[in-house]
Write a protein that binds this ligand. Structure first.
Ligand code: NAP
Length: 288
């Protein structure tokens, strides 16, 4: 019987996960199909219940259901509980177990692609949505010495900082504005863009959360946005002479961690990167 792994979200047509997950499954010649499912909110509980079927191995969950899906899952790993969101589900003989692989995907991308260890470093996180939550939990756990969260909506940044007070009491929330950013950015070793500014097709398309004059030349700037491959923030970072890391590597490494959970096999990361880059290039050709 052909088994299935689903991607649950809305919309899902733009996602490159089906391309690189299927490439990984095919690499091991597994009789498994990875299928994107565009789910509307009213059918979320029914769709998740369907994951208990014996032919389903598990699922990925993407925007906007990473939090909502938790109401329909039986068990969670510690990181998913800490982040408060699930991006991977495993069907263990009818019991649904929720994981969040975004934090480890982010840390792995930092280490493998940039050789960066957050321990004892000053970090500035831009944004306070779901991706920022995973990044902040990852950085606090990895021993960052100071952490500032800057967001357009200050209350959201304050709530995120509150939630990690026990791990990182010195964390601070500020507004995402040039004058406030200028004060903290100069001492930062790592800047992570977790806003959707710069993302193709979104409300912040073509925009950057920081200009080059605020970016220290010795910093590493990591942009979680992966479409387009060269974001406005990456352009500003290059102008500042700082090191840059795009979002595709985190995407592939979080997917690689999910692949390991579903299959108990080592993810063929090189194959996944090639498939993701090819799929993304095709999306950019058709302008999505
Ligand atoms: P989200 O929960 O909707 O959060 C969006 C964040 O962006 C919020 O902080 C929001 O600020 C801010 N924002 C949106 N438009 C803005 C604008 N025009 N000006 C200033 N701030 C703006 O989304 P998410 O799930 O965290 O995802 C954020 C980005 O990360 C997306 O581009 C997503 O594709 C990317 N991402 C990448 C990976 C990866 O593996 N590379 C993984 C997850 C997410 P407010 O709170 O003020 O609204």
């Amino acid at each position: 019987m052909t088994k299935r792994i689903l991607l649950i979200g809305h919309p899902v047509g733009h996602s490159v996960s089906p391309a690189f997950q299927q490439a990984a499954l095919d690499y091991y010649a597994l009789d498994v199909r990875y299928e994107a499912m565009d789910v509307d909110g009213s059918s979320l509980s029914r769709t998740v219940a369907g994951l208990r079927d014996p032919d389903v191995i598990g699922a990925n969950v993407t925007v906007p259901y990473k939090q909502a899906v938790m109401a329909f899952i039986d068990e969670f790993d510690d990181e998913a509980l800490l982040i408060g969101a699930v991006n991977t589900i495993e069907n263990r003989e009818g019991t649904l177990v929720g994981y969040n692989t975004d934090a480890q995907g982010f840390l792995k991308a930092l280490k493998e692609e940039s050789g960066f260890d957050p321990k004892d470093n000053n970090v500035l996180v831009l944004g306070a949505g779901g991706a920022a939550r995973a990044v902040v939990v990852a950085l606090a756990g990895a021993g960052a010495s100071s952490l500032v969260v800057a967001n357009r909506t200050l209350e959201r940044a304050a709530a995120l900082v509150d939630s990690i007070q026990s791990t990182l009491p010195s964390a601070e929330a500020i507004e995402l504005k040039s004058d406030s950013l200028g004060l903290v950015a100069a001492n930062c070793h790592l800047i992570v863009n977790c806003t959707s500014m710069g993302m193709s097709g979104g409300e912040g398309q073509g925009e950057t959360p920081m200009m080059s004059d605020l970016i220290p030349s010795g910093a590493l700037v990591c942009d979680l946005v992966y479409n387009p491959r060269e974001t406005p923030l990456m352009h500003e970072t290059a102008k500042a002479g700082a090191q840059v890391l795009g979002g595709l590597s985190m995407l592939v490494y979080q997917g690689a961690a999910a692949f390991g959970l579903w299959t108990d096999k080592e993810a063929p990361v090189k194959v996944m990167f090639e498939a993701a880059e090819k799929a993304l290039a095709a999306r950019q050709l058709i302008g999505s």
